[in-house]
Design a protein around this ligand. Structure first.
Ligand code: URA
Length: 228
């Protein structure tokens, strides 16, 4: 793709695959490997428990995320938080610990089998695309090592891939969500459940029922991994 203005990309730092959290976060904050760095307020790294059993992967920061520096804090994020709460999960570590103590949700998300209530949330793309346009293939490729390292550091027991760009990045396929949901995929040995993006669900109420099925499949999958 044509660089934005006279922007000249700088290569990503070497050794991402061995970075610790601080080094990785600093690398993302200073990344100038694609043109998205020109228009961003800040790179949006990830949020939640870095030892979570659950990881959510979304697409890219929108306007609110770019401003606040946290994934999924706009309207789609509110729906995501509600979806996670429905299965006993929270990005807020204190809430996750409280849910574990209350143990109100015994299935999968609950305190049984050592499963934790925290969740780590990250996007495929760390910088906001202008006007929230779709990410370009080169932007996906440049950003991929950061997500790969985040997954390796968290080592979740399950990943929820939300929307087609998360699916493309994790499963390397452009099959539509409808053809991929309902079964267990894998990324780096971690089970992946495919579901709709919450921003899409805000516009497509009937598919909320399918998203609920996907969350239930994730629960049974993580439970069977924990039982194994
Ligand atoms: N949509 C995403 O995919 N990620 C965000 O962080 C916000 C909206």
């Amino acid at each position: 793709p044509a660089p934005a203005g006279d922007f000249v990309p700088s290569p990503r730092p070497a050794g991402i695959e061995a970075m610790d959290w601080d080094a990785l976060q600093a690398a993302v904050a200073g990344c100038r490997a694609c043109g998205l760095c020109v228009g961003r307020t800040q790179a949006v790294f990830g949020v939640g428990s870095r030892t979570a059993d659950w990881m959510v992967v979304g697409e890219a920061p929108g306007e609110t995320e770019d401003r606040l520096g946290e994934p999924f804090v706009g309207p789609a994020g509110k729906l995501l938080d509600n979806m996670l709460a429905a299965i006993g999960l929270s990005r807020t570590i204190d809430d996750a610990i409280k849910a574990e103590a209350d143990s109100a949700y015994p299935v999968g998300a609950g305190g049984q089998n050592g499963l934790k209530h925290g969740v780590y949330i990250a996007n495929v793309i760390k910088c906001r695309p202008p006007g929230n346009r779709n990410p370009l293939p080169d932007e996906m490729a440049q950003c991929e090592p950061y997500l790969r390292r985040q997954v390796a550091l968290v080592r979740p027991r399950i990943i929820l891939a939300m929307g087609r760009f998360a699916v493309q990045a994790l499963l390397n396929t452009s099959e539509p969500i409808g053809r991929l949901r309902g079964r267990v995929h894998h990324y780096q040995g971690v089970p992946v459940i495919v579901t709709y993006h919450p921003a899409y669900l805000l516009r497509a109420l009937p598919d909320k029922a399918k998203a609920w099925q996907d969350l239930c499949l994730a629960l049974t999958t993580v439970q069977s991994v924990a039982d194994a």
